[in-house]
Design a protein around this ligand. Structure first.
Ligand code: PMP
Length: 462
């Protein structure tokens, strides 16, 4: 059979067969990866599969399709830019790149230089390089350590993965990039210092200071921190936490890199997650929602004062980092349109409002015997399932998986996170698009509640 004939022969069944033959899907065991959902069509917050099933996507794809699946004007922006000027590297410059950098500054409410890449991981890699180069050029070349947090996620490349604090993603690939250290997360439900929520001295924030001192401050370049650890299980810090961390960074001259890959672009109910806490980061990394997931794009924003160190005319001081596709003009054009839609339709405020509704509607779920903790940050929620509320023993992976399967059976896709190595894979996540209606959001909550109840009734061992 020729290639053309082979393609024409592909129907729904054979797509699955071809997938089984050729594809390797991430993040799932082999047998699960052999039953892929072949996604065919998207409309608003819904996706439809090749076999005709329609699902309400309460995870916005992979935490990114904030505007839903049918924004025609994003496709038009891409098509116009492709016809106008489909590609040029940013060793020179182009209008969409410039205009987007200007817009990102408005959203950041500060003065930042923008470096573009293609993914969140790369944006973080760039931030590490800039932090190290900054200190090298400041005459402190020994400042190269970077402090991240356990349970945080910063990407899949060897540096970003080294920063990631989730052992299950790392241990098959070590040794990773050296120079990354970790501190305990602000997990108030399972406080690493044994405190009850609200009754602590912010030991998790103060821990940064201890580590910086133990390591000798003159060896620490930066910390990297998500405003709220999102993928790791939605760990919302106490309100003062980020300010304290910022103060510690200031005290020791350590740069603060804020990873806004999930929390950015309205997810938190503010343009960027850190704006909820009144801090100014030194470097901000962003991706996902920047194009609402329609094209790959990411950015690393460096505070203008820091950039002064690079504002030299010498060969010595330039950014020694380039990539072919970072800041692709088509992706930048789509990002500009994404942010324009968000502005015109007041979607940051809408996300805040929906987040409030989500919190109110989820609250009664706290009474369920297998719901240990509910956590919220704007339109982002984590539901921690437990076997026993007293001991806080995590719900079994089978129980959590059964709840998710039940939600899917009822037409709603939700997420799951945790720590598979220690069997703490018990946190349900919700991250719906900003364009859902009030009724659709209520429906998601109803389905989650019913699914937890049904799984419990069925006697699945939690
Ligand atoms: N940082 C955070 C906070 C993330 O959640 C992710 C991805 N989920 C990344 C970085 C990496 O982004 P990407 O998958 O685009 O490389």
């Amino acid at each position: 059979m020729s290639i053309g004939e082979n393609i024409r022969a592909v129907g729904k069944e054979s797509l699955v067969e071809l997938d089984r033959q050729y594809m390797w899907h991430p993040m799932m065991p082999y047998s699960a990866s052999q039953q892929p959902m072949v996604v065919a069509h998207g409309e608003g917050p819904y996706i439809t599969t090749e076999d005709g099933n329609r699902y309400l996507d309460a995870m916005s794809g992979l935490w990114c399709v904030n505007l839903g699946y049918s924004q025609k004007s994003l496709a038009e922006a891409a098509s116009e830019q492709m016809l106008e000027m489909p590609y040029y590297p940013l060793t020179h410059t182009h209008k969409p790149g410039i205009r987007l950098a200007e817009k990102l500054n408005q959203w950041l409410q500060g003065s930042y230089r923008i470096v573009y890449s293609n993914s969140g991981s790369e944006a973080n890699e760039v931030s590490f390089k800039i932090a190290r180069q900054y200190y090298e050029q400041m005459g402190e070349p020994n400042r190269w350590k970077i402090i991240a947090r356990y349970r945080g996620y910063h990407g899949n490349t060897m540096g970003a993965l080294a920063a990631t604090g989730q052992f299950q993603r790392k241990y098959k690939y070590e040794p990773l990039a050296p120079g990354f250290l970790h501190v305990p997360p602000p997990d108030c439900y399972r406080c690493p210092f044994g405190h009850q929520a609200g009754l602590c001295q912010h030991e998790c924030a103060n821990y940064y200071e201890q580590v910086i001192n133990w390591e000798i401050p003159e060896t620490v370049a930066a910390i990297i921190i998500e405003p709220v650890i999102s993928g790791g299980g939605v760990f919302v810090p106490p309100p003062e936490y980020l300010q304290r961390v910022r103060e510690i960074c200031n005290r020791y001259g350590v740069l603060m890199i804020v990873d806004e890959v999930i929390c950015g672009f309205g997810r938190s109910g503010q343009p960027f997650g850190h704006q909820n806490y009144g801090i100014t980061p030194d470097i901000v990394t962003m991706a996902k929602g920047i194009t609402s997931g329609y094209l790959p794009l990411s950015a690393t924003a460096i505070r203008d004062e820091l950039f002064d160190v690079f504002r030299h005319d010498s060969e010595y001081a330039h950014l020694r980092h380039v990539n072919t596709f970072g800041g692709h003009p088509v992706a930048c054009a789509v990002a500009i349109k994404t942010l324009e839609i968000m502005e015109e339709e007041h979607l940051v405020d809408r996300a805040a409002q929906l987040g409030q509704q989500l919190k109110t509607k989820l609250t009664p779920l706290a009474n369920h015997l297998h719901v240990g903790d509910l956590r919220h940050f704007g339109l982002l929620a984590g539901i921690e399932l437990v076997a026993d509320k007293e001991t806080k023993a995590p719900a079994s992976p089978e129980f959590t998986a059964a709840v998710i399967a039940e939600c899917k059976k009822r037409g709603v896709l939700i997420g799951k996170n945790g720590d598979t190595v220690r069997n703490f894979n018990n946190i349900l996540t919700l991250c719906p698009p900003f364009i859902i209606t009030d009724d659709e959001l209520d429906h998601i909550v109803t389905v989650v509640k019913e699914s937890i109840a049904k799984t419990t009734e069925q006697g699945v061992t939690a």
